[in-house]
Design a protein around this ligand. Structure first.
Ligand code: THU
Length: 138
């Protein structure tokens, strides 16, 4: 699990990163702080686009940054949204790829933690790499 000092460090990192959120269309500014097994923390923000579907969520930005820097083992993620809104389904799936045992913490824009859960609880009956290997002729 996550000790309180680390939890607070992640909240602080996400709050700081949130200043860079690019939420030009929704106004819904999100940031994430992802803790890797080696102790590194990668932050990410949502990056929207005039072509709306091209916008990227904060969580996936953080995952892409971490994997690009050689980190694929994740322990925890703190997500900060204006109202402690939950991580979307697409982000849950992308996190699952690397860290089924991830601990997920959701906080609001003041850094108040609203809830915490395991990714396993947030993504029941997931699709994963194992499903592909069971395909006939695959
Ligand atoms: N958003 C995230 O960054 N993470 C989520 O898990 C939920 C939604 C962003 C996407 C979009 O830029 C804005 O919040 C409104 O949906």
């Amino acid at each position: 699990m996550l000790n309180d000092a680390v939890r607070q460090r992640l909240v602080k990192a996400a709050l700081e990163a949130r200043r860079h959120a690019y939420a030009a269309y929704s106004g819904y500014r999100v940031a994430a702080a992802l803790l890797c097994a080696d102790g590194r923390i990668f932050t990410g923000v949502n990056v929207e686009n005039a072509v709306y579907p091209l916008g990227l969520c904060a969580e996936r930005t953080a995952v892409v940054k971490a994997v690009s820097e050689g980190c694929r083992e994740f322990r925890a993620i703190v997500v900060v949204t204006p109202n402690a809104g939950a991580p979307c389904g697409a982000c849950r799936q992308v996190l699952w790829e690397f860290a089924p045992d991830l601990h997920v913490v959701v906080a609001d824009a003041q850094g108040r933690i609203h809830w915490e859960a395991s990714l396993r609880a947030l993504l029941p009956r997931p699709f994963g790499a194992g499903d592909l290997s069971e395909v006939e002729g695959g």
